[in-house]
Design a binder for this molecule. Sequence first.
Ligand code: GUN
Length: 297
Amino acid sequence: MADNDKIIDGKAFAEALRGRIAGAVSTLKAEHGVTPGLAVVLVGEDPASQVYVRNKAKQTVACGMESFEHRLPAETSQADLLSLIAKLNADDAVHGILVQLPLPDQIEEQAVIDAVDPDKDVDGFHVVNTGRLATGAPAMVPCTPLGCLMMLQDRLGDLSGLEAVIVGRSNIVGKPMAALLTGANCTVTIAHSRTRDLAAVCRRADILVAAVGRPEMIRGDWVKPGAAVIDVGINRVPAAEEGKTRLVGDVAFAEAAEVAGAITPVPGGVGPMTIAVLLRNTVVAACRQAGVTEPEI
Ligand code: GUN
């Protein structure tokens, strides 16, 4: 079994990050009279999304920020959602806007992502932010990959020259993760379902990021001894006990932990970081909109 100091504790890391965010918020209020505000829009009643939104609102307030929640019925039209986004874009008290995904079928996700003011796009999904990230300009950076980078830099320090392999090429995780690790001077490979001899490619990695959404696909013998393994997967699978389920990542944790130098567990690894980074992005957005120098958080 893994010794405990190999495990990257995302829950503790997120808690510490929230502490720094609360400090930055209090300074922003006291010195500049700015209270960062985050608007979260939820369309419909997806139970998992409701839990996320509730947690986001709670943590936003706990860090001293304003939370604006907009719950719309499942049958909301695209035009009505776009008109709410236009109002939030124009509202000076709102520095960050997050529209919870997935959206109901009658609404085209891309049209919604495109409608959010890029400077308020705390998800970092707008194509303007994708472009800014790719070119090294100040961007809103997607929360999950940024959280992964923060944990890697905390554990490894300077990442320059390291071989990074990302399994998964999604717009939300794989591609921005590649941009961030390239920016941190890693040699980056994006692997995916069509990659030949995926196991051999993974074995090259000093940093292995798994973001494919396939339960325990990355095996222990795919991991280079001493590598840092970041598991972005959250997959619900049947548990040993009849009728129960449990969460597993994209990495076979027990096997990989034998070999890795550092590894994130599921749950308790990358997951808790995502909301904390969202709050951090909201503070950054508020500073940029107010013309205040961004604090290091
Ligand atoms: N649904 C699940 N995670 C996320 C997220 O990070 N952002 C948005 N907008 N929707 C989500």
